[in-house]
Design a protein. Structure first.
Length: 363
């Protein structure tokens, strides 16, 4: 153990010095001058600094910074809805884990008025959150108002929106990519030559998926009939069931569904009638094995983590950000034998052509 002694200059304790330093200056004591005192003081503080570094390493500066990063989210439904809101919550937890952020959320905001939702955004901004995310296109209005009132806070909505060129941006999947692919798969699988797409609300990015679903199906079978219908919300199970039954009666034998959680029961209904379905957002195979051909998986956690990282690194811009197959935030769930090897090869080739730009999937 290093021995140290109290060092006193003109009756004042300046600090601690190692014994070797003290012996050196004792020899020079007859010649001690004001300059010597200055040197002693400098060496003292150097010694103290070295002693602290040796025994208590300085905390990692990145972790210190991360602990001050705060991200909040508003979610339209419950965090365990098995669909869109759950994927958003998983993204928030990923931000907490990967970036060390402090997180907060408000769920079931579909039950709130527009004014109440706006106030949720305001409250998070007042509490000093760095990034406030509205998990859906329905939050654009509230985010715009809050972004104007809190120009130093960063805001994001998931959907198609140009941003405000300052502190409000939009995050979106290139839904057309996966829409086109699922249209191809539906066309490959149909026996009645009639398929359909059921959506919740026709937000631009959801509508993009529907448009490209039809385009992919018709590129595969030009004479195919494609029906697209909207529930008008995300929770009306009864209305969704009526739409599904109507489509089945008309001869549809493959339904692509992007209207969850309200339409989650349609997979069992389709199984009962011996037709096929395609899920969206998450892998829904377990809901009806043998009926769900595949799912258009959109990795909200991955998308949200990329966005939070941009904010964390100071690279956030108030614009539309789009991510897709190339960024590995969306993909098809495994086919699990639902397609023949030849059909699967066609689907994989189409995917490759979309990524390389050989197939235009712009809406």
């Amino acid at each position: 153990m290093r021995k140290t002694f109290i060092f006193v200059v003109r009756d004042r304790v300046v600090g601690l010095l190692p014994r070797t330093y003290l012996m050196f200056f004792n020899k020079m004591r007859p010649k001690t001058t004001f300059v010597t005192y200055i040197i002693l003081a400098i060496l003292t503080f150097m010694t103290i600094g070295c002693g602290v570094t040796g025994s208590n390493p300085a905390p990692n500066s990145q972790l210190e910074m991360a602990s001050t990063f705060k991200v909040a989210m508003t979610l339209p439904d419950a965090i365990d809805d098995g669909s869109w809101s759950q994927s958003g919550y998983q993204g928030l937890k990923s931000i907490e884990k990967q970036l060390g952020a402090k997180i907060a959320y408000t769920e079931k905001t579909d039950d709130l008025s527009d004014v109440e939702v706006t106030n949720v955004f305001r409250q998070y901004a007042k509490e000093g959150f760095d990034l406030i995310i509205g998990h859906g296109g329905q939050f654009v209005s509230a985010a715009e108002i809050a972004a104007r009132e809190f120009p130093r806070t960063k805001f994001a909505v998931l959907g198609t929106f140009p941003g405000n060129n300052r502190n409000l941006a939009a995050l979106s999947f290139r839904s057309g990519e996966i829409g086109y692919l699922t249209g191809v798969i539906a066309a490959l699988k149909t026996k009645t030559n009639k398929v359909s797409f059921i959506g919740g609300v026709d937000y631009p990015h959801i509508k993009e998926g529907a448009i490209l679903f039809e385009r992919g199906a018709k590129a595969t079978k030009p004479d195919i009939t494609v029906i697209a219908e909207w529930v008008g919300n995300w929770t009306d199970t009864e209305k969704c069931q009526k739409i599904v039954e109507k489509h089945i009666k008309s001869g549809v034998d493959v339904i692509s569904n992007n209207a969850d959680p309200g339409c989650l029961p349609l997979h069992q209904l389709a199984k009962k009638h011996g037709i096929y379905t395609i899920g969206w957002i998450q892998d829904l195979y377990q809901l009806a094995p043998g009926t769900v051909l595949t799912s258009a998986i959109q990795d909200s956690p991955g998308l949200l983590l990329q966005a939070a990282t941009l904010v964390r690194e100071g690279r956030w811009e108030g614009k539309q950000y789009k991510f897709g197959l190339r960024e590995k935030v969306q993909k098809l769930a495994p086919f699990r034998g639902s397609l023949t090897p030849e059909q699967e090869a066609i689907a994989n080739k189409i995917k490759e052509d979309i990524v390389t730009g050989k197939i235009d999937v712009s809406p």
